[in-house]
Design a protein around this ligand. Structure first.
Ligand code: NPG
Length: 373
């Protein structure tokens, strides 16, 4: 199969509330969207890049340039026999994995729609519903935190992740644990601590957490291995695992007890599935992280999370937790058992709301095969 046309869009889609981590605030989705077309069939993908290089090195602008100057022309010049071939097309691209992932998702969607297979079945997923939780950003004060967590618990979320940072870690965690003794609870530091904080982080062991996510540097594996020997709670790596090789290194060094897999962070679903398989072989559970995706990226995450070793709830909440209106006509809704239903329609199952998408599109370009080279 040869991709004949690629449409790229940058969007600005406001979140229902600002989302604050240990190092930055997100106010809106600035995702790059990729629409691929071949033989009259269309596939969509999302690169959930942010406005600045705070989570990783990529931004909405770098992805926009990469997509037009390199990634779209490379894909247009390639013959694809299966979606896994996209990884080979981009094998010589250094970094820029989120930008690559948007194209890879779109090709998976296209192949699924062309052959009538759901993304779940193409990936080898088994579950019809996936367990999900909600990620709660840093709040202005403890009262607000309790209200926000209480609202999510009342909405049906049975697992909560708290964003932490120095000065906002032990006390919020203790308070939430005391208020909801049975809640499945975990914390995420987004790389704000150093090994000097090891004794401080070990105090989190008192709160029966599922995991402590990415406490140390975004590109570290070795210090996390040292920390895991001091802290009893499983360390979960997110930012540090950008490829199957990074996962292998982390597993060999026993740097973590859990891995957060975001397909966009590792360049796509093919690499994500390889990491899943590797972690399963090592007896390390995984869960699907989130990047505040629209309904397009969310559908890819939900399908991936149906694979067997995704045994912890994902950061894949219902669409209404992020957007007043999503850019799909079939947004995800939370089931009463804190799950989302995995679509079984062909491809990702996402139905694009083109009229609304047009309203939130900031820039759009179309590239055709003749531009390849
Ligand atoms: O529900 O999608 C979600 C958000 C989950 O906390 C979440 N994501 O560090 O994992 C993270 C964080 C994030 C959000 C990172 C936006 C980067 C951008």
């Amino acid at each position: 199969m040869k991709i004949e046309q690629i449409e790229l869009r940058r969007i600005a889609l406001p979140y229902v509330a600002p989302f604050e981590t240990s190092g930055w605030r997100e106010l809106a989705s600035h995702a790059l969207l990729v629409r691929v077309e071949a033989d009259g069939v269309v596939g969509w993908g999302e690169s959930p890049v942010g406005i600045g290089p705070w989570y990783n090195e990529e931004t909405s602008s770098t992805a926009w340039v990469m997509a037009q100057e390199h990634l779209a022309p490379m894909l247009l010049a390639s013959e694809l026999n299966r979606p896994e071939d996209v990884a080979a097309v981009y094998a010589r691209v250094r970094g820029n994995r989120m930008a690559c992932a948007g194209f890879e998702f779109a090709v998976w969607d296209l192949f699924g729609r062309a052959t009538g297979q759901s993304l779940r079945s193409m990936l080898g997923g088994q579950r019809e519903r996936v367990e999900v939780g909600v990620s709660v950003g840093v709040q202005p004060d403890l009262d607000t935190l309790l209200r926000v967590v209480g609202d999510y618990v009342a909405a049906g979320y049975q697992r909560v992740k708290l964003k932490i940072k120095p000065g906002w870690d032990l006390e919020p965690t203790r308070l939430v644990r005391e208020t909801w003794p049975d809640l499945r609870l975990q914390v995420d530091a987004n790389s704000i601590y150093t090994l000097d904080h090891a004794a401080h982080l070990a105090k989190l062991d008192a709160y029966d957490l599922l995991l402590i996510e990415q406490p140390l540097a975004h590109d570290d594996i070795v210090d996390h291995a040292k920390l895991q020997r001091i802290v009893q709670t499983p360390i979960c790596l997110d930012e540090s695992i950008v490829s199957p090789d990074h996962a292998r290194w982390a597993l060999e060094l026993r740097a973590c007890g859990v891995i957060n897999i975001k397909p966009s962070r590792v360049g796509g679903l093919h690499a994500a599935r390889q990491i899943h398989d590797m972690a399963a072989a090592a007896g390390v559970p995984v869960w699907c992280g989130g990047m505040l995706e629209t309904g397009i990226g969310r559908a890819a995450n939900v399908a991936l999370a149906s694979l067997p070793n995704f045994t912890l709830p994902g950061d894949i909440s219902a669409s209404a937790r992020y957007f007043a209106r999503d850019i799909v006509t079939n947004p995800f809704v939370l089931n009463a058992d804190s799950t989302l239903t995995v679509p079984d329609a062909p491809g990702s199952g996402a139905d694009i709301d083109v009229d609304f998408l047009d309203q939130v599109t900031v820039e759009k370009v179309i590239l055709r095969g003749r531009l390849a080279g």
